[in-house]
Design a protein around this ligand. Sequence first.
Ligand code: ADP
Ligand code: MG
Length: 267
Amino acid sequence: MTAALRVDDLSAGIDGKQILRKLDLEIPFGEIHAVMGPNGSGKSTLCHVLTGKSGYEVRGSAQLGGQDLLSLDVDERSRLGLLLSFQYPTEVPGVRLREFLLEAADERGIDPEDAAERIEREAERFGMERFLDRSLNDDLSGGEKKKSEIFQIAVLQPKMALLDEVDSGLDIDAVRTVAEAVEEMRSPDMGVVMITHYSRILNYMEADKIHVMIDGQMVDSGGSELADELEEGGYAALLERLGIEPKPEEGPIRKPSDFFTDTPFDV
Ligand code: ADP
Ligand code: MG
């Protein structure tokens, strides 16, 4: 079976600093995988490299639905069906959500009538009707913005959706809402990578697999027991079980449960 996303031996660096180190990852169609890892482990870099952001030196391979990604430019990757949701959705006053989506669908080669139909259908499913004719993200709470983004993905139907920091800065009720929306978005024609600092979002949904990324590598993969282990002992305990020495210059590795003390912003 061709996977939605297949990454082999992917290394990447910027300004002489190596960030991703021979990373492998496979996301089958229809599955939702969580990627967890401490700040600075390279999760956002993985998203940037896959979507084709400039400035990175990249080696290895990445395929979307069996087609090579790394030789394509940003627009081609998006038309092929790769979508990255923004870590902090911006407010765009004056542009209505419906218009924005019709435009985005057009850029992806989706027939306008088909797009209009999908917007109606998915808006009903996600309870987004009342937001369609309001400015994009204007006056939305953090949780509503994330839900809106997930609704947008359901309309655009990419082959592969990357959700970076899906639960950053959200209170616990919003985390639950977002988890339910991600489950609702699940489709047999799409793979999803959901990046999260915290294991608590996984309490409200069924991720098919959890991967742990540390220092630019996937160091472990598993089911919900892996999230439980992280919640219990943090990344430090996981590294100890795997026999990996934490890098001294990285400072203390934070636990996924450092929810309220952690800054929602990456530095
Ligand atoms: P994460 O999303 O897991 O928190 P990032 O991918 O944002 O991690 O960053 C991984 C590492 O790469 C960090 O050490 C970060 O400081 C470094 N990094 C990210 N972007 C750049 C850049 N443009 N130039 C230099 N270093 C960078
Ligand atoms: Mg990040």
